[in-house]
Ligand binder design. Structure first.
Ligand SMILES: CC(=O)SCCNC(=O)CCNC(=O)[C@H](O)C(C)(C)COP(=O)(O)OP(=O)(O)OC[C@H]1O[C@@H](n2cnc3c(N)ncnc32)[C@H](O)[C@@H]1OP(=O)(O)O
Length: 218
C-alpha cells in the first residue's frame, strides 16, 4: 500500500488526499481535467489529466475519483476499472464503520461518519463528514450522502442520488434513483426516481414553488 492517484484536484479531492495519507499511502498524486495549468495542490503534485492517468494507471495501488457530480464520478470509475485501475474503500480513521456493513470499491467515508450494522453501499459513493447511515440501509452506486445527514434504519437510496447537507430521512423510506434531497430537508415519504425534493416534510421542488407563490399572493 504505497501510491494513490486522485482524479479531481478540488476541495473534495484535498479531503480524500489527506484521508489517503492517514491510511498510510506515501505517494499521493492528483490528476485533473478542469485546470490544465495547475501543477500543485498544497504539497501534492498535479501530474496531468485523465488521459495521462490512464497511461500511468498501473503505477498506482489505487485510484480514487474525487468528482462531486455523481454521474461523472460513477462513469469515470467504470471507465478506469475497464482500463485496469484498482479501486478500494477509503475511510477516515475517525469514521465508525460496522464490521457487518458492506462498502463497495471507490466509496469514501469522511471524518466522524458512522455506518451501522448491515448497511450496504455501492461503488463510487461518498459518505461525507459526520453523516450517519444506520442499520440495514441500502445505498446504490454513485450516491452522495452530504455532511451531517442522518439516514434512519432500513432506508434505501437509489443509484446516483444526492442527499443534501443536514437532511434527515425517516426509517424504512425508499428514495429512488437520481433523486436530490435539498439541504436541511426531512424525508418522511418515499420518493420516486428523478425528483428534487426540499423542506420539512420534503416535497417536490416545483410543488414547493407553487405553494410559495400561493402563500405570497394571499
Ligand atoms: C463538503 C460539501 O460541501 S458537500 C455539498 C453539500 N451541499 C448540499 O448539500 C447542497 C444541496 N443543494 C440544495 O439544497 C439546493 O438548494 C437544491 C439542489 C435543492 C436546489 O437547487 P436549485 O435547483 O439550484 O434551486 P434554487 O437555488 O434555484 O432554489 C429554488 C427555490 O427553492 C428554495 N430552496 C432551494 N434549496 C432549498 C432547501 N434545501 N430547502 C428549502 N428551500 C430551498 C430556494 O430558496 C428557492 O426559493 P424561491 O424560488 O422562493 O427563491
Amino acid at each position: 500500500m504505497n501510491s494513490c492517484a486522485i482524479l479531481g484536484a478540488s476541495g473534495h479531492g484535498k479531503v480524500i488526499a489527506e484521508i489517503a495519507e492517514l491510511n498510510g499511502y506515501k505517494k499521493v498524486d492528483f490528476f485533473d481535467d478542469t485546470w490544465p495549468e495547475l501543477k500543485t495542490v498544497h504539497h501534492w503534485l498535479v501530474l496531468g489529466n485523465s488521459e495521462r492517468l490512464l497511461a500511468l494507471v498501473s503505477q498506482y495501488d489505487i485510484v480514487v475519483i474525487a468528482i462531486g457530480d455523481n454521474t461523472i464520478r460513477l462513469k469515470k470509475q467504470i471507465e478506469f476499472q475497464a482500463k485496469g485501475a484498482n479501486f478500494s474503500v477509503l475511510k477516515h480513521p475517525s469514521a465508525i464503520v460496522s464490521r457487518y456493513s458492506e462498502l463497495d470499491v471507490g466509496t469514501v467515508v469522511m471524518a466522524n461518519a458512522v455506518i451501522n450494522s448491515f448497511a450496504s453501499i455501492g461503488v463510487a459513493s461518498i459518505v461525507n463528514t459526520s453523516a450517519t447511515v444506520d442499520h440495514d440501509c441500502k445505498l446504490g452506486n454513485g450516491v452522495h450522502i452530504s455532511p451531517g445527514v442522518n439516514l434512519a434504519g432500513g432506508v434505501t437510496v437509489g443509484e446516483l442520488s444526492w442527499i443534501g447537507l443536514g437532511a434527515q430521512v425517516k426509517q424504512l423510506i425508499n428514495i429512488g434513483d437520481q433523486v436530490i434531497v435539498g439541504a436541511g430537508s426531512t424525508v418522511v415519504n418515499d420518493i420516486s426516481n428523478n425528483q428534487i425534493v426540499i423542506g420539512t416534510p420534503a416535497k417536490p421542488l416545483d410543488k414547493f414553488k407553487e405553494q410559495t407563490i400561493k402563500v405570497s399572493l394571499c
